[in-house]
Every structure is written in C-alpha cells, then in structure tokens.
Design a protein around this ligand. Structure first.
Ligand code: MN
Length: 441
C-alpha cells in the first residue's frame, strides 16, 4: 500500500489535542469504532481524533461527508461490517475525506458544523465495532511456540510442522468483549498432575495473551481461496486482542483437539480499528528464515510479502492490582514486544486460512497469537513471563504475580513509531478479573 497525502507527518488538525506528539490518534491515524451517543439509543460509528470521537453516523446523515453514496450509507450503520465489506479502496476514500475535513486548513464554516458531532472520548461508551461472525486465533510467534513447547517437551520444544504451517484454532465470537468489560474467572475441569480425578473448580492459573487482531473486509465465497498476493486486499484493519487463557483448564483439555473452554470464556479487544492504510508507513519485512531453514511452500511465499509483509507495532502489557489501585501506584509494565518478530505475516495467515476454500465474511476476526520476542521481557503472556510460575514477577507494592489474581487489571497498549512518520497508536485493551461463581456440590 502506497503512502499518500493522509500520511504526511506534517499534517495538523484544527482539533488541538490531535497535534499532541503523545496522542495515539493524530490526524494520520483516524481509526474507526462504534459508540452509544448520549442522545441516541442506537449505536453510531465514530472516528478517533485526539481526545475526541467524531460521530461518523451523524456526519454522514447530515451530508457533510464528501464520499460516494455507497460509503455514506455504510457510515450510517451502527456496526462497521457494511463499511468493511466495501473493501480497502472505500476505506481509503473515506479516510481522505475525513483527513481533509479535520485538517487545520479545513473551511471554517465546515469546522463549525462538524463541532456539533464531536464527543469527549473518555465520556462515551464504546461498543463492539463489528458484528464478529467468526474468530480464529493463530500461534504465529515462534518464540512463544518455542517457550510454551519447552515447558511441555523440553527435549523437543518446537513441533516439526511449525515452520511449514501457520497453526491456529477456531475461537468463539460470542464471548469477544470490548475493553473495560470485567472478566469473570472461569470454573472448569482441572487435573493438576494428570493422575487421579479432575476437579471442577475455579481456574488458578489465569493468564492473558497480548495479540494483534485483524478484521476481514471484502468477503470470499464458499470454496474460494485467497492467493497470498491478494490477501491484504481482504484485511481491513487491526486492533489489540487479549486472548484470556486458563492454563490449568487448557492443560487437561487440549489433547487431542486443542483449546476449548480454557479460551472461549472471554476475549477482550480494543475498540478502535486502525486501518491497514494507516499502518502503511510501518510496514517491514517478514520474518527472515536462516540458512538450512525449510523453504516456504509456494502458496505462502511472495517477494512482496517477504519484503513488506510484516508490521512494526510495539505491544506493551501493564498490570494494576487492586492494591496498586488503592495506593495510587501507576500500572506496572510487564513486557514490551514487537509484532515484527512474528514468524507468519497477517497475509500468510489469511491466505493459509482460505487455502482449503474456507470462506470469509466482512467483520470476521483473526488474531495473531501471543506476540513474544527473544527475551523474557518481550514475552506476551505470564506463562512465559513468569516461566510457569517458577519466576514470579515482583510488583512495586511488593506483591508477586505468577498468574492473574482477582482484582488485577491487565492493560495492553500498542503503537507504531518510525523516523519520518507520525506516531500512531491503538489505544488500550484492558480487563479486570472478578471472582468466580461459587462451585455447587
Ligand atoms: Mn492466543
């Protein structure tokens, strides 16, 4: 995807907070979401700009958007699915119109009209941005796969298929919730030593997984494949994903068909969908395979994907325990990794997912799997970060964490920074753990 006038790092907005160098949402970002307006009961679409959210639905209904009637109609819906289904060219047309409307040199009378549709971002309730029909979660970090594998099979950490096939499991769309929703600790079958009988009890090894998720735009038909070179034209945008995981339940249930109840009780996402066009300045090469590494099968290789298939996105995980909150202690950073370290690119994930003819709908979500890097500080889940609970993390309050406790808030942030480009961010994906339901006799 080529750069255009919307990426110009010198662009400023007439909305002052968008010009703050620290903001996640400068005019070069313009991510989309959905919210409940104070006046309207039905959800409206919106765009983040500085500390404001622009009510896109109202702007479209009042004919203030210089876009095709098809795009305008899609903007009046309460979910992004219809806009996503129009594909990336439509998203690009809309982004250009919004960029021009929000620039410092936009006509004053237009600014006055638009001002009526701006809301303080921290005062509105964000909603799920899309009706998510299907959710798939990959396992695309070779560091995460090797670390987790070495806990289960020290002599043979990485399974032989890993370097050939992008591994994934089918997740559950019904339990995907927006940032801020409380997460109840799940009950489930736990058999801690695999001997004796399992117990139905609250999970004691609750974990997070910091991931990047991708929304599908244009749909594909039943039986249709997506060639790698076309895969990115089907990817509409990205958000932060927390794939909450109950490690003790997972350990007992995962063989032979993979995760089930250990994962599907909750998945949190950040509310703002950063378009692929906004991410264009931060594209980077795909994971480089060394000498003697297996070659990619042809359907997973293209020179373009090797050169630009990766994305440079920093992803950070913070914890705030209830004690930290009471004492006014700032959230503590547990890790900082980068999406560019992933073994598989988003395009490879999608091309592989469709390689058997599996069809996709606008608003389907696939996530990358835990984003982990080489070092312990880059580990995107506590299982790795505190190494199975053997090396608990000490917090500023003196508390220790091997897994997530009740009252803990986990906050994931992501952003892109590069010389010559304007910094953009994803906002936050957070969730606080609440105690489990009592297990009956
Ligand atoms: Mn995951």
């Amino acid at each position: 995807m080529t750069l255009n006038e919307t990426h110009n790092p010198d662009l400023k907005s007439w909305i002052e907070s968008a010009n703050d160098p620290e903001t996640d949402f400068p005019i070069q970002n313009l991510p989309f979401g959905a919210f409940k307006t104070p006046k309207n009961f039905a959800p409206h679409l919106c765009v983040a700009i500085g500390d404001k959210a622009l009510d896109l639905t109202s702007v479209a209904l009042n004919n203030l958007l210089d876009v095709s009637s098809e795009i305008r109609a899609a903007c009046t819906k309460g979910f992004l699915n219809q806009l996503m289904s129009l594909g990336n060219d439509a998203a690009s047309e809309l982004r250009l119109a919004l960029s021009r409307m929000l620039r410092a040199d936009a006509p004053k009378d237009l600014q006055e009209k638009i001002k009526h549709y701006l809301f303080e971002r921290d005062k509105i309730e964000m909603l799920n941005p899309a009706r998510i029909g299907d959710f798939t979660d990959f396992y695309a970090s070779i560091y995460h796969a090797t670390n987790v594998g070495s806990m289960l099979r020290p002599e043979n950490p990485l399974l032989p298929n890993y370097k050939y096939v992008p591994i994934a499991y089918h997740g559950r769309a019904s339990s995907i919730v927006i940032t801020g929703r409380k997460i109840r600790r799940p009950n489930g079958q736990v058999n801690s030593d695999d001997k004796g009988e399992p117990k139905y009890m609250p999970s004691r090894r609750l974990d997070y997984e910091a991931e990047i998720g991708f929304f599908v735009g244009t749909s594909t038909g039943f039986g249709q494949i997506i060639p790698l070179r076309e895969a990115e034209s089907h990817i509409w945008g990205a958000c932060i994903v927390n794939d909450w995981s109950a490690r003790d339940i997972q350990r007992w249930e995962y063989q032979p068909l993979g995760p089930f109840l250990s994962k599907n009780f909750a998945t949190s996402i950040s509310p703002w969908i950063v378009t692929m066009e906004a991410l264009a300045p931060f594209r980077t090469k795909a994971f480089e395979r060394g000498e003697g590494e297996p070659k990619l099968l042809p359907y997973l290789y293209s020179p373009e994907n090797a050169k630009h298939g990766g994305i440079d996105i920093v992803i950070e995980v913070y914890i705030r325990t209830s004690q930290m909150q009471k004492q006014g202690v700032a959230p503590f950073r547990l890790s900082r990794g980068n999406f560019k370290d992933m073994y598989w690119t988003p395009a490879q994930m999608l091309a592989h997912h469709a390689s058997n003819g599996c069809n996709f709908h606008a608003g389907d979500l696939f996530a990358s799997g835990t984003v982990s890097g080489k070092t312990r500080e880059e580990a995107g889940c506590l299982l790795e970060r505190a190494w199975r609970g053997e090396e608990p993390i000490e917090l500023p309050t003196g508390e220790k964490r091997s897994f997530v406790e009740d009252g803990d808030e986990i906050i994931i942030k992501a952003y892109c920074e590069k010389e010559g480009a304007r910094r953009i961010g994803f906002g936050e994906c957070s969730g606080t753990i609440i105690p489990p339901f009592k297990v009956g006799k």
